[in-house]
Design a protein around this ligand. Structure first.
Ligand code: URA
Length: 217
């Protein structure tokens, strides 16, 4: 799959606006300082979170306005929480909190075992009622999909329904998107941009390097 080919049916990419291209250019640039990287990555993450909220279902909500008029509006259908895949996913938490006041955010730490290549779960702290919630799963980079698959296994084992997971990321590789669709076709994915491919070290190319290192190091 190249940049111009179609995405898997469960994946949605942000519209390629001038703003999006400009923000992506800054965070890809190796001469961008850490401070600038954080600022512009945060801007991008905010756009992605807002798009994620757009795919959550709503139900009718009838209210009365200050003028005394009835207004037929909507509210989110159910409870929502975030789950960040550590460490890079933590970079997406503050934008989610800015958009959803007092949102509960769980955390999952998955790391690849260098010997076996398997993604190992080290830690999971999730809301107890997560099985009743829509889950916004946060990880800025979707490369092979190994960590995300392990995190999703944990969510499913806690009773979350696959169709209630929305996976949000800044940059993805076609390989990761295809694997996610094969394994979890009912889960939605919102990504900022789809790059060309993975390199031999499973970095996304052209990519932006290690997101966690550039944001937190
Ligand atoms: N994670 C990153 O931070 N960068 C990549 O290119 C792939 C995974």
């Amino acid at each position: 799959m190249s940049e111009s080919t179609n995405l898997p049916p469960n994946a949605h990419r942000l519209p390629r606006t001038n703003q999006l291209e400009g923000l992506m250019t800054i965070i890809r640039d190796k001469t961008t300082s850490r401070g600038e990287f954080i600022f512009y990555a945060d801007r991008l993450i905010r756009l992605i979170i807002e798009s994620g909220l757009n795919v959550l279902p709503t139900i009718p909500k009838h209210i009365t306005t200050e003028t005394g008029e009835k207004f037929q509006g909507v509210g989110f259908e159910g409870k929502v929480c975030g789950v960040s895949i550590l460490r890079a996913g933590e970079a997406m938490e503050s934008a989610l909190r800015e958009c959803l006041r007092s949102v509960r955010i769980g955390k999952v730490l998955v790391q690849r075992n260098e010997q076996t290549g398997e993604a190992h779960l080290y830690y999971a702290k999730l809301p107890e009622d997560i099985h009743e919630r829509f889950v916004l799963l946060l990880d800025p980079m979707l490369a092979t999909g190994g960590s995300a698959i392990r995190a999703i296994e944990v969510l499913l084992s806690r009773g979350v329904q696959q169709e209630k997971i929305v996976f949000l990321n800044v940059l993805s590789a076609p390989e990761g998107l295809n694997v996610m669709y094969e394994k979890y076709p009912k889960m939605k994915i919102i990504t900022g941009w789809v790059d060309r491919q993975l390199d031999q070290h499973n970095y996304i190319v052209p990519g932006l390097g290690d997101f966690g290192d550039r944001y937190f190091a």
